[in-house]
Design a binder for this molecule. Structure first.
Ligand code: A2P
Ligand code: 11C
Length: 334
């Protein structure tokens, strides 16, 4: 069987990747429809050697569409996802709009595929930094029960979108040519800098990105008792989020046991040979599907603790790939 699939936000950083992932994985697409803003009306994008014209959204756009992958921002998802779902289409939404809604499953197929069963037309794709972390945490949680997670992230500019990738490039070129830079996307220069600030600040002093990691982790893992605290940081990297993750477990688990466990875990690749200077790096994770884990070692400051370094392509597993994997699980259930 084949399906009519739509990508909403097709011209964006994630949307582009969604089209590529659908093609690469040979998702059974009968027809692909592409949507973006008026700015992109008439733009043609390639899918399997065919040119597809980008359309703008209208009330009846979703009629006849089976599955819609949304990545056009939370505001657009708020308006259009319910309209799409009403038309009988299943929405897989990459924005933050519906993630914490109790009526909406928040799914990482390696972690909680069972939650797909209770969807009511909208399924949420988690935040990129959360996805790569829970893929690595779940196998450990199942064996040793995670009590607490302390995470610091090093996030690529592609997480912000295309404009931020352009800004990093332009600032870098300008600075290397002793020219003035333009600062538009972030509150400060991003080239040759590190910003301890992703998304808006909230009243508790954390950023929205940090609280997404806290709240989404509990929902995906299905365990509100896991305590999570996060510091999220933007770094001048184009693609691939890196994370320093410290966990405390109820049961003792050794670094070697974690290495063995994660070596067998779906979607995970362990790269952990410090004697050869081998550990996960965003430049190698870029364009890849897996979550890479290394620097696995015991936290010597507590009884049952593990430190590790987790890297994955934020546009792939962090967004487009996870969304397409959800679609693959869905059609298996039909
Ligand atoms: P457009 O390219 O026409 O602006 P990114 O996160 O990389 O910035 O991409 C955002 C995506 O969301 C783009 O594809 C963008 O289209 C799309 N988008 C923005 N506003 C709308 C809208 N009102 N309706 C549909 N798509 C939109
Ligand atoms: C970033 N994690 O790297 C963000 C991007 O909630 O989907 C994704 C924001 C979200 O900037």
């Amino acid at each position: 069987e084949k399906y009519v699939v739509a990508v909403v936000g097709a011209t964006g950083a994630v949307g582009n990747e969604m089209i590529a992932v659908l093609e690469e994985r040979d998702f059974p697409v009968e027809r692909l429809r592409l949507f973006a803003s008026e700015r992109s009306e008439g733009v043609r994008l390639n899918f399997k050697g065919q040119e597809i014209t980008v359309e703008t959204l209208k009330e009846d756009s979703f009629q006849g569409i089976d599955i819609a992958l949304f990545s056009a921002g939370a505001e657009r998802s708020k308006i259009w996802a319910p309209i799409a779902a009403k038309s009988g289409c299943v929405v897989i939404d990459n924005s933050s709009q519906w993630r914490m809604d109790p009526e909406v499953p928040l799914v990482v197929p390696e972690v909680n595929p069972h939650d797909l069963k209770w969807h009511k037309g909208i399924i949420a794709n988690p935040n990129c930094s959360t996805i790569q972390m829970v893929v690595a945490l779940k196998p450990i949680h199942d064996v040793a029960k995670i009590k607490r997670v302390v995470v610091t992230t090093f996030q690529a500019v592609s997480g912000t979108g295309k404009k931020a990738m352009d800004e990093l490039l332009q600032q870098t070129v300008a600075l290397l040519n002793f020219k003035d830079i333009e600062i538009k996307v972030y509150p400060h220069q991003i080239a040759f800098n590190v910003l301890p600030h992703i998304d808006k600040f909230l009243e508790n002093g954390y950023t929205k990105e940090e609280m997404k990691m806290v709240n989404e982790t509990k929902k995906i893992m299905g365990d509100p008792s896991i305590r999570v605290t996060a510091t999220t940081v933007r770094v001048p990297v184009f693609r691939g989020h890196s994370e320093s993750v410290n966990i405390e477990t109820e049961k003792k688990i050794t670094a070697q046991e974690v290495r063995e466990l994660l070596s067998k875990a779906p979607g995970v690749v362990v790269i952990d040979n410090p004697d050869k200077n081998e550990y996960p790096l965003p430049i190698y994770a870029s364009g890849r599907d897996e979550v890479f884990v290394g620097r696995i070692r015991e936290d010597e400051s507590i009884e049952n603790g593990i430190n590790m370094w987790i890297v994955s392509d934020n546009l792939r597993k962090g967004a487009a790939l996870n969304a397409v994997q959800i679609a693959e699980e869905l059609i298996k259930m039909l």
